[in-house]
Design a protein around this ligand. Sequence first.
Ligand code: C2E
Ligand code: MG
Ligand code: MG
Length: 304
Amino acid sequence: IAFTGKDFGFDSVNGLLEKAAYARREIKENYEKEYRIFDESLNRKIIKEKKIESCIRSGFANNEFCVVYQPKISLTTEKVVGAEALVRWNSEKIGKVLPDEFIPIFERNGSIASLDFFVYEEVFKFLHDSIEKNLPVVPISVNMSRFHANSVDFVEKFDQLIKKYEIPSNLIEVEILERSVSNGTSSLRSIIDGLHERGFKVSMDDFGVGESSLTMLDTIPVDTLKIDKNFLREENDWERTKRIIVKIVELAKDLKKSVVCEGVENKAQVEFLNSINCDVAQGFFYSKPLNPKEFSEFLTEKGC
Ligand code: C2E
Ligand code: MG
Ligand code: MG
């Protein structure tokens, strides 16, 4: 709902429709809310988003994006068994912006395709350099936005880029989001099959927060489940959460998938996850996301 008039400011019909559509988008994935009124807080949000959007082009031109690596640790050996590549943006015009703030905007206007491929290339370059310098390497996982789920040449482009840097496919894993799955499974399925044929592993990111987590287990052939970090939030009822996580790990093991838990922040969580045979943990308890140099040092220090 959007209002117009002397108390709200005057809008054209198009302006009003745009505001109402924006309010609707805000509650699209929230089934508890039946309506949303376009108010001052949404107006501020729209202004911020437009500002972010207007900085994207110069962001690419000025090389403002970079990639950091968050280690993944084996719960049995405590060694580093991988890392996730995460993008960072330090904009000259608007300062540091968080991925949760800018990724949805990039997804809406399509810039995410360039950003994701920028990240892939940075990761492949980093692995290439590390191999050349005889530094330790571990498999790196990269995020695939839901935007690519409808792309016919994603796998081909991905494969060509990795060949350019001569990286073995077993050093790369692709994390897909559950949300990409609810948009329709057939094109995503062919992407996953294509990645598997070329030797890449695929994991399901943020498992347990979407609407279709269980049906997708049946239809989308991933190798690994990444349990969403929200399960480990402090305000949760820890005893109840533990029961849910136990069952997720059991189910994954039954289906011959490995399990990573993200957002691990303390020792009690590590001990619990280890006791229920969860394979791998990722989170601030072990390390925050690190720049390439820090990450190589971490690998040398911790062992892999
Ligand atoms: P994600 O893929 O689930 O990444 C994990 C997020 O959890 C990261 O947030 C990471 O910094 C954060 N995190 C790690 N350990 C902890 C912890 O112990 N506690 C808590 N509370 N959080 C932790 P980040 O880097 O802000 O990224 C947020 C999301 O943005 C990512 O979630 C991913 O969906 C998206 N994203 C990040 N980089 C990329 C990218 O290159 N491409 C695409 N398509 N999406 C990306
Ligand atoms: Mg991820
Ligand atoms: Mg995640």
